[in-house]
Design a protein around this ligand. Structure first.
Ligand SMILES: [Zn+2]
Length: 265
């Protein structure tokens, strides 16, 4: 991805891992505009090294790169069978807002014209109807300043897990080597929690249910909506794709493990 911009906060204490060498590290003026005022004040006033590093990790795609990147990732996710029919929706943060998939498109056959341009408040610039779940994407960007891309699919395994365990409000993955795919994890001797919330056609209901569950440490940058699918996000499209793949793999591995245990009885 050639024209990635990473935001720079002049008081940041260090260069985050993977920062694009020589890239423009000056944040666009609107960088904080889409954040709630309280959070904006917190970030501006904060002396927190962690928060400054998160801000320094922010990625801004050019709209053209976001279009190309989303089309590419859409083909790969469709090829895995994780977004059949017109399921799923994808987005990336751009220099002037967001890029998001249009409503009702087959995600394996996306073209650049299926990726819509949104401003920092989520209003469409130009024509087209964005995905019905755009509000959930924007909620994640508001909540996590270092999220640069959000991917959402409807894989059979992700949906089956939530239906097989209807009382579960989270799933805990422990001891897997694959956990090292998550940012900051360096050992298999750990655990990551994946929140599960109930489905609704009202995005505000899902948002209200999931946001508190994303608080504690050890929670994946991902969550499941019961009967529906999986959301995953990362600093950029590559990282978001890695998280989505890792969670899908972990679900498949635990499903296979339970199958072997059944047969061994
Ligand atoms: Zn969906």
């Amino acid at each position: 991805m050639a024209a990635l911009l990473r935001a720079g906060i002049s008081s940041a204490d260090g260069q985050p891992d993977g920062a694009t060498a020589g890239a423009d590290r000056t944040a666009p003026a609107h960088i904080l505009d889409f954040l709630p005022a309280k959070r904006r004040r917190l970030i501006v006033a904060s002396q927190s090294k962690d928060l400054r590093l998160k801000m320094a990790r922010m990625v801004f795609y050019s709209f053209a790169d976001a279009q190309a990147g989303i089309v590419d990732v859409g083909r790969r996710i469709a090829a895995q069978g994780w977004a059949p029919a017109t399921a799923g929706n994808y987005s990336a943060r751009t220099a002037d807002g967001f890029a998001v998939t249009a409503s009702g498109r087959h995600k394996g056959r996306l073209t650049e014209s299926d990726i819509l341009r949104l401003d920092g408040d989520g209003a469409v610039i130009g024509d087209g109807r964005p995905s019905a779940e755009t509000a959930l994407h924007l909620a994640l960007y508001r909540r996590f300043p270092d999220a640069g891309a959000v991917l959402h699919g409807h894989s059979p395994a992700a949906v089956a897990l939530t239906r097989a365990y209807p009382a579960r409000i989270e799933w805990r993955f422990a001891g897997h080597e694959m956990l090292k795919a998550f940012p900051g994890v360096t050992t298999h001797k750990t655990a990551i929690t994946l929140p599960i919330v109930d489905n609704s056609q009202d995005m505000a209901v899902i948002e209200a249910a999931v946001m508190p569950a994303l608080n504690p440490p050890g929670v994946a940058p991902a969550y499941l909506i019961r009967d529906h699918g999986l959301y995953a996000w990362g600093a950029d499209l590559d990282e978001a794709e890695r998280i989505l793949e890792a969670v899908e793999w972990l679900i498949a591995a635990e499903l296979a493990e339970r199958g072997f245990r059944e047969k061994a009885r």
